[in-house]
Design a protein around this ligand. Structure first.
Ligand SMILES: *Cc1c(COP(=O)(O)O)cnc(C)c1O
Length: 231
């Protein structure tokens, strides 16, 4: 299958899932995940209408940036504080913020570059030890800390659900984070607005949308399996 065919199919499935949850295609942002893939493949997707791309390594953003057509970049993978400088002036949204230390470094770099930086807090909703992200008990501390910052803007939550062959098993996790999203919205923290709920990947994006996601991160369903052997 070509990227064009895959993308068409993903688009069709997003539209159908949005409609099943009483929304429309425009309410959902598709972040096409391009990690390990070369700029030429990314440009092909952009020419086909992709507006948002996601990378999980800051070095990949830095290295590919000049060769990719204008598009919105998202940093979706784990970010070490010493690598914030690679992405601060390139990405529109950092999905993977999981510590006060990282928030502070993003604030520092944003001030230095005189820009505002939108972030999501990554929540480890399943409690799996291997997953990054904070556990929900730590959320309040980060949200309160956001009130002390001027350049970092908290715009929502992100989660990576456990890998599964049966997306139905992730409904509970998706529902839990959706509930947190609503609770935070109602509590009104300074400098925090719940705009984006980033959840759902190739294996479970339709389920995530049905559970309230408005941003999905889809890689292999568009670009095929990733080849890590050359890395
Ligand atoms: C790789 C990745 C994705 C996309 O995964 P696919 O299963 O290929 O769709 C989504 N989110 C994060 C954080 C990733 O690292």
């Amino acid at each position: 299958m070509s990227i064009a065919e895959n993308l068409e199919e993903v688009e069709r499935r997003i539209t159908a899932a949005a409609e099943r949850s009483g929304r429309s295609r425009e309410d959902i942002t598709l972040v096409a995940v391009t990690k390990t893939h070369p700029p030429q493949m990314m440009n092909e997707a952009i020419r086909l209408g992709v507006t948002d791309i996601g990378e999980n390594k800051p070095q990949e953003v830095r290295d590919k940036f000049a060769e990719v057509l204008p598009v919105k970049w998202h940093l979706i993978g784990h970010l070490q504080t010493n690598k914030v400088k690679y992405v601060i002036d390139k990405v529109c949204l950092i999905h993977s913020v999981d510590s006060i230390k990282l928030m502070d470094e993003i604030e520092r770099q944003a001030q230095k570059h005189n820009l505002d930086m939108d972030i999501l807090i990554q929540v480890n909703i399943s409690g799996e030890e291997s997953k990054s992200g904070i556990v929900k008990e730590q959320l309040e501390e980060l949200l309160i800390h956001a009130g002390t910052l001027s350049r970092v803007k908290v715009k929502g939550l992100m989660t990576v659900a456990p890998k599964t062959d049966n997306p139905v098993t992730n409904i509970l996790h998706f529902d839990n984070i959706r509930q947190l999203f609503i609770d935070i919205q109602q509590k009104k923290y300074d400098n925090v607005s719940m705009v984006y709920l980033s959840m759902g990947m190739s294996g479970d994006f339709e389920t995530a949308i049905e559970c309230g996601a408005n941003m999905v991160r889809v890689g292999s369903a568009i670009f095929g399996e990733r080849d890590y052997s050359q890395k």
